[in-house]
Ligand binder design. Structure first.
Ligand SMILES: Cc1ncc(C[n+]2csc(CCOP(=O)(O)OP(=O)(O)O)c2C)c(N)n1
Ligand SMILES: [Mg+2]
Length: 367
């Protein structure tokens, strides 16, 4: 075994950071941001509330009320930072873990729960929120996103009133053909898209070193567009970097890849047991980089919030948790035949046949 870095990976990776894990504000020459105290309080509120929704969802799954849940624990800053950088007219293509981005787009958390409860096929209207449906097939949404971005470009929505597209995906997804193809299309057509990779270090049980010998953000240069690594547990840095990438995309400067360097604090999903493949001290080390604690420390140190503020947010989070749980349990079960309703936008012969077969099967239970 050699301890040499792989060829081409000699330079240490750079990391854009504006807020240290200890809550110290640091400067960056390319990505600075000026946030008002109110904006900082707003980001903190978002982080706490989405963590609370996530916690409630895990509990609901454990109690048999959801089929499965993919927790965002640890990735709140990457999602809230990038989500709050979006303009209303920008379009989002998420994976199955983007609950924080959904929150920023105004999607009711109960709609997310409905999907994981199995009572609907999506849960929200993508056009209403400019937030596409969750995609479980790893990486395929990056192709949809590039296609969408190219459509926006052909509609002439690039330049002053431009709209950007953002595609979310994980570290594991970077090994998918779809993602690499989407990079090529985006690059050669200069599509107005931001590729936002949450590198949470794991693809279920596969560690990052099984996906890449070089830092993921450096992949971008081989495709012909810039890549940057940002501290994914730093909400200020994620906001600043994504804001710039989106502005560049909107103004016609083409794609950019952001690698948000973060950590999946929980299991891959509620069906997974990470103690079987990773060591507890890795988790302990990342706990010290918690995305919420550093904002809290920064706010305390700089007198941006007092204990009353933090207590009020905690109370709001508890209330949100209760509300989400109550409304989740009240979600009506769908009619069994509704499963065929939205498979195609238009009537479809095969769907009609399958619906009729299933209806006959169900009738067999009556009487
Ligand atoms: C095309 C495809 N292959 C395999 C799977 C099974 N699968 C579900 S999640 C996952 C790992 C994804 O890891 P990553 O891209 O890092 O995202 P993360 O779950 O860590 O957010 C895999 C292999 C799938 N859903 N789709
Ligand atoms: Mg991952």
């Amino acid at each position: 075994m050699t301890t040499e870095p792989p060829r081409g990976a000699e330079a240490p990776p750079e990391l854009v950071q504006l807020l240290t894990p200890e809550g110290e504000r640091v400067e960056h020459p390319d990505y600075d941001i000026d946030l008002t105290p109110e904006e900082v309080r707003g980001l903190y509120r978002d982080l706490v509330l989405v963590r609370r929704v996530d916690l409630e969802a895990v509990a609901l799954q454990r109690q048999g009320e959801l089929g499965i849940w993919a927790s965002l624990l640890g990735q709140e800053a990457a999602q809230i930072g990038s989500g709050r950088a979006l303009a209303e007219s920008d379009m989002v293509f998420p994976t199955y873990r983007e609950h924080g981005v959904a929150w920023c787009r105004g999607v009711d958390p109960v709609n997310l729960l409905g999907l994981f409860r199995g009572v609907n096929h999506g849960g929200w209207d993508p056009a209403e929120h400019n937030f596409h449906l969750y995609t479980i097939v790893i990486g395929s949404q990056t192709l949809h996103a590039v296609g969408y971005a190219m459509g926006v470009q052909r509609d002439g929505a690039v330049g002053e009133n431009g709209a950007a597209t953002i595609a979310y995906f994980g570290d594991g997804a970077t090994s998918q053909g779809d993602v690499n193809e989407s990079f090529i299309w985006a690059s050669v057509f200069n599509a107005p898209i931001v590729f936002f990779c949450q590198n949470n270090q794991w693809a279920i049980s596969e560690p990052l070193e099984k996906q890449s010998r070089i830092p993921l953000y450096r992949r971008a240069s081989g495709f012909g567009f810039p890549g940057v690594r940002v501290d994914g547990n730093d909400v200020f840095a994620c906001l600043a970097v994504t804001r710039k990438a989106l502005a560049d995309a909107r103004s016609g400067q083409g794609p950019m890849m952001i690698e948000a360097f973060t950590y999946r604090m929980g299991a891959h999903t509620t069906s997974d047991d990470p103690t079987r493949y990773r060591l507890a001290d890795e988790l302990e080390a990342w706990k010290l980089k918690d995305p919420i604690e550093r904002v809290r420390a920064y706010m305390f140190k700089n007198g941006i919030a007092d204990q009353d503020f933090f207590d009020a947010i905690d109370a709001e989070a508890d209330e949100l948790g209760r509300d989400v749980r109550k409304r989740c349990l009240e979600l009506p079960d769908p009619e069994p035949l509704a499963i065929f309703d939205h498979v195609y936008a238009e009537p479809h012969r095969l769907m009609d046949e399958e619906r009729a077969q299933f209806a006959a099967y169900l009738e067999g239970f009556e009487g």
